[in-house]
Design a protein around this ligand. Structure first.
Ligand SMILES: *Cc1c(COP(=O)(O)O)cnc(C)c1O
Ligand SMILES: [Zn+2]
Length: 417
């Protein structure tokens, strides 16, 4: 349990106590995203390398002393976090890197990174005495919130755009959520969900504007540091939709650094799809963010009106990082590269960051000897339609060994052409 000292608006800097407001700044409205700050002197006494080493809870709850919750008895049994991190030599060689680390967050209970946020959101809702929670999502936050709510008996209302991949909608139905399919974009679904929360008093589990959920996201940064024995990577790559994932991860890296547990900070790289790159454009031009109509197969980052871009840009600038865009074709290719070189299956938004690596090397942003960490934010089984576009080898045969021999022979001779 950590004592929250204050919540600070990222736009106007106004400070709040927890009782004052649950989501955003009262002066700036829905744009006024809040950042949670703790009493770090108190945290320093309880969060130490030794204390962490002695913990047997391998989930996000091991970082309870850096989370804004008070009722730890409300934690639940599903294992969120402490996903594996792999050093993948063959993938490193493919990109010409000395070292690449793949953290597979598709291994969370509902198969995406979003479980980190939903877990904290669900407990916060229970603490506030809510029985009902709602959010809008391109898909993963939805299935995640629905799954974790189901595990603690919260009712969930989920707003998703009609274009969400089938598997993610199937998850929602199985977890018993009331699914509201919005004939519109994610951005419209988002506004609708916020209006509905106001109208019916549901707890808003929208990570984009709920400061508690982003605290859950930061656990990925904390975890990477601890799993790498307190040696953070040189570069950490995340795909960017609303922007809270990269901002959350950065907060995690920074908190451990400021608590003296690590001695360096990674440079953060934010990756967007070419067809949904408003944050990238604002980063490059230095101008105010302009909303767009998103068009990319990477549904989880198909966001035209990112709600948390200020925090995202702050994290990139503060860390001396950068942003890159990648095409849908490059994303599809990355699904295959990761599968073939690492045996890890990621969804489009979960691998988009890999497509950025050749560009980052070309631009001289990083060199081949640095340690690069890429987080696979979602499992590939969530969107097999996109994966099928990556085209593997398919050989149809009659059920006789002769035919197999024949077809394999044909293939070998074709390859020789
Ligand atoms: C949500 C999501 C992202 C991006 O997170 P934001 O906070 O919206 O920037 C990336 N990858 C996957 C798989 C996601 O579900
Ligand atoms: Zn404000």
């Amino acid at each position: 349990m950590a004592k929250v000292e204050k919540l600070v608006c990222v736009i106007c800097g106004r400070e709040y106590q927890q009782e004052d407001t649950e989501y955003t700044c009262l002066s700036c409205g829905r744009e006024g995203i809040l950042d949670i700050r703790y009493d770090y002197e108190a945290v320093k006494k309880t969060v130490t390398r030794d204390r962490l080493r002695s913990k047997s809870d391998y989930s996000i709850w091991r970082y309870g002393d850096l989370l804004p919750l008070s009722r730890f008895d409300l934690r639940f049994y599903l294992q969120v976090g402490w996903t594996p991190i792999y050093q993948v030599e063959r993938l490193g060689r493919y990109y010409g890197l000395k070292s690449i680390l793949i953290k597979d967050d598709g291994r969370n209970p509902t198969a995406s990174f979003k479980d980190r946020a939903s877990a904290v959101g669900a407990v916060r809702a229970l603490e506030k005495g809510s029985r009902t929670i709602a959010c809008a999502s391109t898909g993963n936050a939805a299935s995640s919130l629905a799954g974790l709510s189901a595990s603690v008996g919260l009712e969930s209302f989920i707003f998703v755009p009609q274009k969400a991949p089938q598997a993610k909608i199937a998850q929602l139905l199985i977890f018993g959520a009331t699914v509201i399919l919005v004939n519109g974009t994610y951005d419209q679904a988002y506004d609708l969900s916020m209006d509905a929360c106001e109208e019916w008093g549901w707890y808003s589990g929208n990570a984009a504007t709920n400061p508690y959920l982003i605290e859950g996201k930061k656990t990925v940064g904390l975890e990477i540091c601890e799993q790498l024995d307190w040696e953070p990577p040189d570069v950490a790559i995340f795909s960017v939709g609303d922007g809270c994932t990269i901002a959350g991860a950065w907060k995690g890296f920074k908190e451990f650094y400021e608590l003296g547990l690590t001695r360096k900070l990674p440079r953060m790289v934010g990756v967007q799809a070419e067809g949904a790159s408003p944050v990238y454009r604002s980063f490059v031009t230095g101008e105010k963010l302009e909303t767009i109509i998103p068009d990319t197969i990477a549904d989880s980052i198909a966001v035209g009106k990112p709600r948390n871009y200020i925090k995202a840009l702050n994290s990139i600038r503060e860390s001396r990082g950068t942003m890159v865009t990648v095409s849908d074709e490059e994303i599809i290719n990355s699904i295959k590269v990761l599968g073939e070189k690492a045996g890890v299956f990621g969804e489009p938004a979960g691998v988009a960051g890999l497509a950025a690596i050749p560009k980052l090397l070309e631009e001289g942003f990083m060199d081949r000897g640095e340690v690069i960490c890429h987080v696979v934010t979602g499992n590939g089984l969530k969107d097999i339609q996109s994966a099928m576009k990556a085209k593997g080898t398919l050989i149809s045969v009659e059920p006789h060994i002769e035919d197999v021999r024949e077809k394999l022979h044909q293939r070998t001779s074709q390859e020789g052409d």
